[in-house]
Design a protein around this ligand. Sequence first.
Ligand code: ZN
Length: 428
Amino acid sequence: MNIVHRARHFVQSLREQARRSIWDWQRCPYCGGTHTCRWGSYERRPWTLEGRQTVCVPRHRCCACHRTYSEQSPWLVRRSWYAREVHRCAIDFWQHGGTSLRRAADFVRSFIGRQERYLLWCISALRPLGEECRLAASTVHRWLDRAGREAELTLPGQLEGIGSSGCMGTDGLWSRLRGGTKAVVLALVDNATGLLWPPVVVAGEESEQSWREMLERAVGAGFDLDRLRGVVSDGANGLIGCLHEMAKWANQQRCVWHLWRKLGGELARQVSKVGVGLFGAAAKAARERVRRELVALIHGVLDARSQEEAEAALVRLKAHQLGAGLARQLEECLDAALIHLNAYNRGLARVAPEWLWRDFRLRLSRGRNHGTGVRLERAALVWAIYHNFTPAQSRCERKRRYRRPGQSPLEVAGVPPGEISYLDALAV
Ligand SMILES: [Zn+2]
């Protein structure tokens, strides 16, 4: 059952619960017998988005098996002081709002209790006479962790039956955990749809084992390794070894942005040799001219439209009086930098998908305060599901443009979730 089916199933079950009539509740949930009688009731006082409410929960007793049971309600969460809508609101505040746990709790508390910040928003509001809401950050953290556990349960077959373009990108995000240990979140994303396969948390990105774990998790979630054609990433060696072992037919494209950054040092060294006998503006102008020449030559190599064009540009770079060192560095990774030109790898991006950490790092802690590796992984799994279900914004200013505004990665991949959200998928 993939994640969309799971979410639909959850919504369906809540709707069914809401539709249950008095007669339905007379059937014993333990033995299925209908010979039952009312057995009193008890009161619950859950916090909802409209404030604290009092609800009367009727109980029943089965005459056949002598057990008692109470009527369930889809909007109440068992053993919680807060209604389902408050759980969903708080998790969404943290995940979609990109805030810290403390602030998420602060906002939700203010809103439902008409207290604290609410008094800043509404000048004419009076201080509440009733009870004060005491929702704490640790409670929100517990709810999030519960959502993470649910996300772990969805791992087998999470994206089963959802097509993949075979052109993937991968990247890692380093985190410092409690006690000074470090861990890295590795994620695999489809270039064409932006669909994120479930991430893993590993100790480092140098070993083959780490990348193998990432691919194995994707395969477990329904990824067809035979369809993999290419992966774009920064120059992590472990990935090359891992691909060689698990998917010999797939190529690795080196991230062009990282190559530029790597060449930066050598470029600066060469440029500094220029204008030795000159002073002030004259030296500066000479350096600027040489830098522009060298950058244009490197562009010629990296942005070539065919292998031959790139090789011709490399010869030109080598012929430049200061270009030999740069040409040597480029030559080493030329093939890996031009993989996207192969007909076999059509559609592969040239840069590693660093953009995908944007949501994850929006929080005050930059998404890094999960303490232990297990919790970090749960947070990453929740985030991946959120990302797949959430439509990209429709923005029209020049600064930032989304490839598919208003569409979620699942929709682009051909499985539109419709009214179903990530909160349903996480059974919150
Ligand atoms: Zn019974």
